[in-house]
Design a protein around this ligand. Structure first.
Ligand code: ADP
Ligand code: LRH
Length: 489
C-alpha cells in the first residue's frame, strides 16, 4: 500500500489530493482546493507564487494532520511559464502569466528573423504567442534592471519543488512546452543561440518519474520523498488516459482543450506544421502529438461575468437554446484574455454578420457548439496524420463532466467518446510517483491501473449530420479576417 500526495495546479485552481494505492486500485481523496488568482505587478499579470506555496503547504499539513504518513509527493502545473532566480536562489521578478499581453507581436518578429521552418523542424512545437521562447525574447528586449543577476530558469512546478526541497530541476515534459527543446535529441535546441537566449540560465533536462529529493515538514517532524513526475499537467493527464488496445485520440478538457494522440516518435512534417500540431514530450520519451484549443476558458470567463449561474446551470440553459444560430472561432487571439468575454463573443458574431447572442443560454450554446466543431477540425487533422485510423476519443479532465459537450464531441467527430477520469492530471501525477517508487513498471501498467480504478462513460455519435452540415460554415468563419480594434475591447 502507498499513500501519495499529488499537487496539481491549473491556471484557474489548485488542489492537493491524497492518492491511496492498495496494489490493485488507486483511490483519491481531496484534502485542499484553492483558487489560483493572478495578481497585477508593474503592469503585468503575474502568478502569486508565495500564495500558491502557502496553499500547497496548507494542503500537505491537512494530510499530515490526519495522521497519514505519505510515501511520496509530487507537483504538476500548467506549461510554458517560469521563474528566474539569482545566485542565492532568490526570485527575480514575479513570474508573468502566459495570458499577459507582453508577448503580443513577438512571435511574428521572431519568425521573420530566424524562420518558422527552422523553429518547427527542431522543436516540433506548435506556434503559440506565449511559448517560453517568445516570453524570453520579450524579457531580454525589456531589459529589467535585474536581468544581469539571472542565474537560473525553472519552470513553475520545478521551482515550487525547489522551494519545498531545495533541489533544482528541469523536467522534460514541461521543458518541451517552451519550444526551446530539440525534439529529435531531447536537449536544448540551437534556436537559443540564434536568439541570444543565455544557455547558462538553463539546467540539464531530466526525464520524469524519478525520486529527486525530500520535503521536510518541521511542524510534523517528517521527511517525505519528493518525485519529479511528468510535471506538465497535460503530460500527466495524457499518462492517465485509459487507452486500451484500440488506437484512439484523447482530449484533455479543462481550462484548455488539448486534443491529440500518442506517438513513439515526433511527427514533424509539412502537413503537421501546416496544421500547427505540437509534439510535446511525454513520459517514457513518448510524444504528445496534439493541438491546443481555447477550451472551457471561454465558458469560465463568461460564467465569471454572469456571476449568479453555476456551471451546470449554464450547460442546461445552452441545451435548450436554439441550435447553430451563431458560431465563433474559439482559437482566435481575441479570446485569449479579453476585458469582457461576453463582449468578445458578441463582437466576433457581429463582425461576421451573425446574430449577437444575448442570453446566457445563447452565449454558452454558441461557445460549446463552436468548440465541438473545432474538435471535428482537429480530429480530421489527426486522422490525416495518423498511420492507423483513430477509433474514438478519450475525454479526461474536469470538462469530461460536461455530458452535453461530450455528446456533441461524439456527434461532431462521428466517433465514440469515452469520458473519464475527471482528475486526470492528478491521476497521472500519482502514477508517475508509483513509477518512481517502482510500484508500477511504466506507462502501460499505469493505464491498466486507471482502467481498473475509475468509471468511464461511453457516448455514441447520434447527430453527426447536423454538425457536418455546419462544418463548412464554421471553417469559413474561422478564416474570416476581423478588424482588431472592433474585437479586442
Ligand atoms: P484545469 O485545466 O484548470 O486544471 P479542470 O480539469 O479542473 O481544469 O477542469 C475545469 C473545468 O471543468 C471547468 O472549466 C468546467 O468547464 C468543468 N467542470 C467542472 N465541474 C463541472 C461540472 N460539475 N459539470 C460540468 N463541467 C464541469
Ligand atoms: C493546460 C496547459 C496547456 C498549455 C497551457 C499553457 O493547463 O498546460 O497544455 O499549453 O496550459
Amino acid at each position: 500500500m502507498k499513500n501519495l500526495i499529488a499537487i496539481d495546479l491549473g491556471a484557474g485552481s489548485g488542489r492537493v489530493i491524497l492518492g491511496v494505492y492498495d496494489g490493485k486500485k488507486l483511490s483519491l481523496s481531496e484534502y485542499h482546493r484553492f483558487i489560483n488568482n493572478p495578481i497585477k505587478c508593474e503592469n503585468h499579470i503575474c502568478w502569486d507564487i508565495e500564495s500558491l506555496l502557502k496553499e500547497i503547504k496548507t494542503g500537505i499539513d491537512k494530510i499530515l494532520q490526519a495522521g497519514i504518513l505519505p510515501d511520496c509527493i509530487a507537483i504538476d502545473s500548467w506549461g510554458v511559464d517560469f521563474v528566474l532566480t539569482d545566485r542565492n536562489g532568490g526570485m527575480l521578478g514575479l513570474p508573468v502569466t502566459y495570458r499577459d499581453e507582453r508577448t503580443k507581436g513577438v512571435m511574428d518578429k521572431v519568425i521573420a528573423q530566424i524562420g518558422g521552418d527552422a523553429i518547427y523542424k527542431q522543436s516540433g512545437i506548435q506556434f503559440l504567442s506565449f511559448n517560453t521562447l517568445y516570453q524570453l525574447v520579450t524579457l531580454i528586449q525589456q531589459q529589467p534592471c535585474w536581468l544581469d543577476d539571472v542565474d537560473c530558469l525553472q519552470f513553475i512546478p520545478d521551482y515550487l519543488g525547489f522551494r519545498l526541497t531545495g533541489q533544482k530541476n528541469c523536467e522534460f515534459t514541461n521543458a518541451t512546452t517552451s519550444q526551446m527543446v530539440d525534439c529529435h535529441t531531447g536537449e536544448w535546441s540551437s534556436i537559443l543561440d540564434d536568439l541570444a537566449i543565455p544557455r547558462q540560465w538553463l539546467l540539464p533536462i531530466q526525464a520524469p518519474n524519478r525520486l529527486i529529493s525530500h520535503y521536510r515538514s518541521e511542524r510534523f517532524d517528517v521527511e517525505i520523498p519528493f518525485a519529479s513526475v511528468a510535471s506538465h499537467d497535460t503530460a500527466s493527464a495524457v499518462l492517465a488516459v485509459p487507452f486500451d488496445c484500440r488506437k484512439a485520440a484523447y482530449l484533455s478538457s479543462g481550462t484548455w482543450s488539448l486534443m491529440g494522440m500518442e506517438s513513439l516518435s515526433p511527427l514533424v512534417n509539412a502537413q503537421a506544421q501546416q496544421l500547427n500540431i505540437t509534439n510535446e514530450g511525454g513520459a517514457e520519451g513518448r510524444f504528445r502529438v496534439l493541438k491546443n484549443i481555447m477550451g472551457l476558458w471561454i465558458v469560465q470567463r463568461i460564467q465569471h461575468e454572469l456571476e449568479s449561474y453555476s456551471f451546470s446551470d449554464l450547460v442546461s440553459l445552452a441545451e435548450t437554446a436554439p441550435a447553430f444560430v451563431s458560431l465563433i472561432n474559439p482559437d482566435h487571439a481575441m479570446f485569449l484574455n479579453p476585458p469582457s468575454m461576453v463582449e468578445a463573443v458578441q463582437a466576433f458574431c457581429y463582425q461576421t454578420e451573425q446574430p449577437t447572442p444575448q442570453s446566457p443560454g445563447a452565449l454558452i450554446r454558441c461557445v460549446l457548439e463552436s468548440l465541438a466543431l473545432q474538435y471535428r477540425s482537429v480530429w480530421v487533422g489527426l486522422n490525416a496524420l495518423s498511420e492507423q485510423p483513430l477509433e474514438g476519443i478519450h475525454i479526461v479532465g474536469g470538462g469530461s463532466q460536461n455530458a452535453l459537450l461530450n455528446q456533441w464531441c461524439a456527434d461532431a467527430c462521428g466517433c465514440p467518446v469515452w469520458a473519464g477520469p475527471i482528475e486526470a492530471s492528478v491521476v497521472g501525477n500519482l502514477c508517475g510517483q508509483l513509477i518512481a517508487l517502482q510500484a508500477l513498471s511504466g506507462v502501460d501498467a499505469a493505464r491498466r491501473l486507471v482502467r481498473d480504478s475509475f468509471t468511464i462513460t461511453t457516448y455514441h455519435p447520434e447527430g453527426e449530420a447536423l454538425f457536418s452540415e455546419q462544418w463548412q460554415r464554421f471553417i469559413a468563419l474561422c478564416n474570416t479576417e476581423l478588424v482588431e480594434q472592433d474585437v479586442c475591447c
